[in-house]
Design a protein around this ligand. Structure first.
Ligand code: AMP
Ligand code: MG
Length: 520
């Protein structure tokens, strides 16, 4: 297995107490639109009508709050007390317009499961606009759009809770992701395999532009629009590409390289933490290298490199260990789409080259941090790589629980107190031999350094499928306490959270029978 890497910006956002100052009242403009006190820019809307359709969200009947992220509300500059208010509830459910926004659904295309799927577009996500802090707000599940095709424009409660929790969990892990401000629900019936109920997730990201947006205009030969989109993305998010002297000064080749590198680093973090996305179609790939469109994702329980988390993925195209290669394939689709702007095929290929070095280097760095290896001297890299590869083989052979292994290893005092780690393996001899090699490798590094690094690199809490399922089961009965508990744990997954160890323990037997498909 090839090894790969990146130093994550690990951030365990501590809990900040709610302010107890009196709630600010929400203003209403002369049209009755809610004024959130934010300044809106809506730069994507300014690209013009070839890129979107202006429309209003479809009201969600009798909405109620399911979950909210106060930390994100704070980042957005929203008054926290509003997160319980009926006015904001109506606004984020699509029932009441927000002053200054310009709601729209954007058009894109994409490759799905390896095949060109043609036009897709936001079939159920409505972009409200972009705040002056540079964050876009989207309502996912807010009704039909011209791009809904056969869909109903809605999202069900279960998938909305999963998206909400996982967005915030990834952020807590320091992995680039779209965020989720809140989920609101309704008793309105939604037909999937069974009758379920509707929900809306308020998603937040600097941009929701996907590889598929570029593929859309390129495939249609709309090169003016393709250029406008690329120029927009460069100006807003990759300004350094304009002054890049590589690639004969071609800014679009520089963009391709920059996107490749960001995406490579993100996927390296997925591999290191054991995250399986499940549907890496090009329309689900963010141009900013963010994890987006949470569907049948899964954090690994037992380590199985071939694990397929999406029940609809019968061929295993998006299996855990295939994610890096699929990423590269998707980047080639982006390169192909940008070719009319890059013009020389050689430049596009050169721009994609860096993935081959950035990805393995980032994964390797990440894995070294997981092991607590803080020094990298001449000659240790190859040995470290062997140490990591041998470990992954052992973990796979015994199907060891991935998250628990790393957390126990983090508590092993630099490999000197390994009883609890050894208990995880069937092959005591092979695991014992590996642990000896490991302790020897760390012998010259201060143990406190090792432990500190490992405890902020290897999370105690991840959003395992069964935890999500339990929260969803209760939420269906209008008990949202598990959603809130999980949110609090996953926002700071590297902290111990005394009293919540059961959320960090082995999955129950029934967890392996959970089937999550594309249905959402
Ligand atoms: P996804 O698999 O969720 O990434 O969806 C693929 C495409 O289908 C996207 O363009 C979605 O907006 C659209 N889509 C998925 N579910 C629905 C739905 N229930 N109604 C309308 N469009 C949908
Ligand atoms: Mg999608």
């Amino acid at each position: 297995m090839v090894l790969r890497f990146l130093g994550i910006t690990l951030q365990a956002s501590g809990k900040v107490p709610l302010r107890d100052n009196p709630a600010m009242t929400m203003a209403t403009d002369k049209h009755g639109n809610l004024d959130l006190g934010l300044t809106w820019h809506n730069s994507f809307a300014q690209l013009g009508e070839d890129f979107h359709t202006l429309l209003s969200p479809q009201p969600l009947p009798a909405p109620y709050w399911v979950g909210c992220s106060t930390s994100l509300a704070r980042e957005l500059g929203l008054d926290e007390s509003w997160l319980a208010s009926p006015e904001l509830l109506e606004a984020v459910s699509g029932n009441r317009p927000i002053a200054g926004t310009q709601p729209l659904a954007s058009v894109y295309s994409g490759h799905q499961f390896g095949y060109w799927a043609g036009q897709l577009g936001d079939g159920r996500a409505i972009l409200l606009g972009q705040t002056s802090a540079g964050l876009e707000l989207q309502l996912k599940g807010a009704g039909r759009t011209p791009y809904s095709r056969m869909g109903d424009g809605r999202a069900v409660l279960r998938s909305s809770i999963r998206e909400f929790l996982c967005s915030e969990a990834m952020h807590g892990l320091g992995i680039a992701s779209s965020r989720a401000l809140c989920v609101t629900g309704s008793d309105a019936p939604i037909r999937r395999e069974t009758i379920e109920t509707a929900a809306v997730v308020t998603r937040v990201a600097p941009s929701f532009v996907r590889f598929g947006h570029f593929e859309h205009f390129s495939h249609r030969g709309q090169h003016l629009q393709l250029k406008a989109l690329a120029d927009y993305v460069i100006e807003q998010f990759y300004p350094a590409c304009r002054s890049n002297s590589k690639f004969d000064g071609n800014p679009y080749a520089a963009l391709l390289e920059a996107v490749s590198e960001r995406t490579a680093k993100m996927v390296a973090q997925w591999q290191a933490v054991g995250f399986c996305h499940g549907v890496m179609n090009t329309d689900n790939m963010s141009i900013l290298g963010l994890t987006i469109d949470y569907g049948p994702f899964q954090f690994l329980d037992a380590f199985n490199p071939d694990h397929i988390c999406n029940h609809s993925d019968t061929e295993g195209r998006y299996a855990f260990n295939k994610q890096p290669n699929i990423t590269y394939w998707n980047l080639f689709c982006l390169g192909q789409a940008l070719l009319p702007l890059i013009q020389a095929q050689g430049l596009a290929i050169a721009a994609l080259e860096s993935f081959k070095t950035v990805f393995p280097a980032a994964l390797e760095k990440q894995m070294r941090a997981k092991l607590g290896i803080t020094d990298l001297q001449n000659g240790t890299a190859a040995d470290d790589r062997a140490l990591i590869e041998d470990l992954l083989k052992l973990l796979a052979k015994d199907r060891v629980d991935y998250t628990i292994f790393w957390r126990r290893l983090s508590h092993s005092n630099a490999g000197t107190d390994t009883e609890a780690v050894r208990d995880l393996f069937l092959d005591r001899e092979a695991s014992g031999a590996w642990l000896l090699r490991y302790a020897e490798r760390l012998a010259h590094i201060p143990r406190s350094l090792v432990t500190n690094l490992m405890l902020k690199t290897n999370p105690k809490f991840v959003l395992r499928n069964h935890l999500g399922e339990q929260a969803i089961k209760r939420a269906k009965l209008k008990d949202f306490s598990e959603v809130n508990t999980l949110l609090a744990l996953l926002e700071s997954p590297f902290e111990e959270h005394p009293g919540f160890d059961e959320y960090a323990s082995f999955p129950p037997d029934w967890a392996s029978s959970i089937e999550i498909s594309c249905s959402s």
